[in-house]
Ligand binder design. Sequence first.
Ligand SMILES: [Zn+2]
Length: 283
Amino acid sequence: MATNTNTNPHTLNGGMDLSLYRHVGEFYRGQSSEVADAFSGEHRLLQDMGVDFEYNVSFHANGGCAHCGAYFSYGSVFSHPEHGFVALGHACTQRWLEVDSSIALRQAKAKKRGQAAAKQAKIAAEFQATVDADPELADAANVEHYIITDIMNKGRRYGSISEKQRALVIKIATEAREAEAAKADEPPAAEVPDTDERITVRGKVLNTKWVYSQFGSTEKMLVEVTTDAGVYRLWGTIPSAIAEADRGDMVEFTATITRSHDDGSFGFFKRPTKPAILEPAAA
Ligand SMILES: [Zn+2]
């Protein structure tokens, strides 16, 4: 398959018969990884046709275009009944071979796509340089948030962001970090005790709510119980003996507890006895 330096069959002098070359596909072998990415579809196509540049494609003895030996980045693979796959640079394929217009169009499209990708990569790199020179923005851009991602993607696409967008990225990042810090201060969720025994719990009333049903209306409360492992919450009817219980009060009662199937840190209390308000909410 390798070409012979003395008699190159792909030159006119070497007996090149232009009518025997059939176009197989397009490829790129230049330095730009972005252009190579843009050509990935073309390269896969060649692979599917059995083209393997390491083993079965003839280049010129010097590694260039099989016909003229010139170095090229954009090339085409042709198949030849005797010589198998042959690689030619675009200049030659268009000059020597009667490539039909659809192939010429495909070459042009692939090249254009590659060049657009390279240009886009350059714009993105320039934007990244301005971000790197702006520590406040660079720092904020590290925060994961869909608006930040969106604005930074636009920057990479168009090369810059507005002063207003920059301010927004920094504001969102600051808020997101504050929210994260506040969350870190919250006690961890603890499991609601899993027992059939009636147990005594002591907790803080987070809120109360009237619930209406066909059996009448009852006032319920959400109680947050703090344990060494963290906090869990219980929901149930306010015992009539402490009917005045309200948000913020510390209460105690003995009841049957059932853990929720969906959330282990949430449960229900039933048939509370010995209720007491230990400590009313600070006025
Ligand atoms: Zn050539």
